[in-house]
Design a protein. Sequence first.
Length: 202
Amino acid sequence: MERSAFLYQTVGLLSESMIKQLLRILSLFVLLTVCNACENNWNEIKKISDKIDAEVETAYNIEILYSTDASIRARLLSSELKRFNTRKPYLEFNNGLRVLFFDEQLVESSRLTAGYGRIDETTNEMIARNNVEVINIKGEKLNSEELIWNNKNKKIYTEKFVTIQTKDEIIYGDGLEANEDLTNYKIKKIRGTIQVKENLTD
């Protein structure tokens, strides 16, 4: 009781102008705290806002053809496509996709499969994620959790962990640059190589 009475008396000694000044300082502190939180999360908020406000177009069982000089170079297939008409429009493939690559004679040279894909319509660059696999005409296989396909320079690359399996060996490491048909590739940082031995039968 004594402490309560003391506090009450102390507050009672403050003038009205002093109380108003304290309230101004407190309001300013709250405003700065809120603004700081907004600044730290502005990019994330902007992304969410863009996605909510975007006009979304959905198509099913789609096929996209990529050509050079009237010659088909690649064919993308997916069961569902969503197009987000944001400031930077993009296509999204949540149900997975397949990309078939062709040589000059229109013979399939390799194919890429992934559980998820996204294409930036401004750069025409595709990011493939989730169990990404590329197999070429020789049966050589590339696996990674993320690959980027640049349609303009006809290259695929990644900074993620990769494995490449040929008939003779399995190479694994970090980062990769390759052409679309996987006949020319370079692993940036090789972690190791395993020789594959064929089973010998009597």
